[in-house]
Design a protein around this ligand. Structure first.
Ligand SMILES: [Zn+2]
Length: 343
């Protein structure tokens, strides 16, 4: 899922997201939209889909992760999180119920409950406490969501989030308790918080085995291109990551031949496309030399063209994976990716 934190995938028009990139679902962020422009304003303008002119699916993150990483003076109690806006210092309280209400106001297709995403590394005791709170909040959020769904006939989904830091026993305990909610899908949170990448994969594996196979399983905030098939191999259906879009803006382009760091002098007069195996608008239209020039000159077009390419690269990988699964060749595909990584 491309990440559209502020109701926009930075530098990409919705026309290109749906057309050129054919993204089926994007992610938006409850914390940011709650603070600015406000969920009631968005509700008044017909919900997030109409507000941002995006007719396809939207998943909204509950804001827990941003509260813990961005806001000042946060105070966590069993009731919720009291925090100060990173924009103007105003005090706000997020509770399991209030974040569900905000996401209903936005009109999300898939909403996430408030969770406590703990930093890495964390002691077993601290991780256990955060995990227990996450389960309690998920239950409150889920029951609140169910009451609302019954009243409104909405078909929004809510995916509880498994926490447990880097401890297998906590991951298992959290997953097993959340599965009792019989939710339409589940998420693995608390990975990609600074731990080694192999550990993110290991914790995902230790979590996913306890989640129902016939429901979507979503790992939050991963990964590098070569990791995508590794997550899929472990039973993951959905992922989101800011890497393709953020790296694009920083001049780091993912290609089938390895990364292209566009500011390097070697691309100064390079007439070839960013990725000769890519058929995105950027690659079929422009040279590395032109893109390097735009980057060096600080031109805003660079961000748009680079983001378009990087997102296309990620989405093409997912399309290849889906095709391999349908054709029964995923194992071969995975071995090919692993062998290339070793080269
Ligand atoms: Zn391209």
């Amino acid at each position: 899922m491309p990440v559209g934190t502020q109701a926009t995938v930075k530098g990409v028009m919705q026309r290109d997201l749906a057309g050129e990139l054919d993204a089926k679902i994007i992610l938006a962020n409850t914390y940011h939209l709650f603070l600015r422009p406000g969920h009631e304003l968005i509700r008044g303008l017909g919900g997030l889909h109409r507000f941002m002119s995006w007719p396809r699916a939207i998943l909204t993150d509950s804001g827990g992760f941003q509260v813990f990483s961005l806001s000042d003076l946060r105070k966590i109690t069993d009731d919720g999180v009291l925090f100060r806006s990173h924009l103007n210092g105003d005090a706000h309280l997020f509770t399991p119920e209030s974040t569900v209400d905000v996401q209903f106001a936005l009109g999300s297709d898939i909403m996430m409950p408030l969770d406590e995403c703990i930093e890495y590394p964390a002691s077993h005791e601290a991780a256990h406490q955060a995990m227990r709170r996450t389960v309690a909040w998920a239950r409150s959020a889920y029951h609140h969501y169910q009451r609302h769904i019954e009243e409104s006939a909405s078909d929004t989904a809510l995916f509880p989030i498994v926490q447990g830091s880097m401890y297998r026993d906590l991951r298992r305990e959290c997953a097993c308790q959340l599965v009792e909610l019989n939710a339409p899908g589940y998420a693995v949170g608390g990975v990609s918080v600074g731990e080694p990448r192999s550990l993110s994969l290991e914790m995902t594996e230790a979590t996913v085995e306890f989640l129902p196979r016939h429901r979507p399983r979503y790992v939050m905030g991963v990964g590098m291109p070569e990791e995508l098939p590794e997550y899929v191999a472990r039973g993951v259906d959905m992922m989101d990551c800011v890497l393709p879009s953020r790296n694009a803006r920083n001049g780091y382009l993912f290609t089938s031949e390895g990364p292209v760091v566009i500011k390097q002098a070697r691309y100064r007069d390079d007439a070839s496309p960013v990725d000769p195996n890519c058929s995105c608008y950027t690659c079929v239209t422009y040279s590395r030399a032109y893109l390097r020039h735009l980057y060096q000159a600080g031109e805003i077009l660079f961000s748009s063209l680079a983001t378009l390419h990087n997102l296309r690269y990620y989405l093409d990988i997912m399309r290849q994976i889906r095709q391999a699964i349908v054709q029964g060749t995923f194992r071969t595909y995975l071995h090919g990716v692993r062998n290339r990584a070793l080269e």
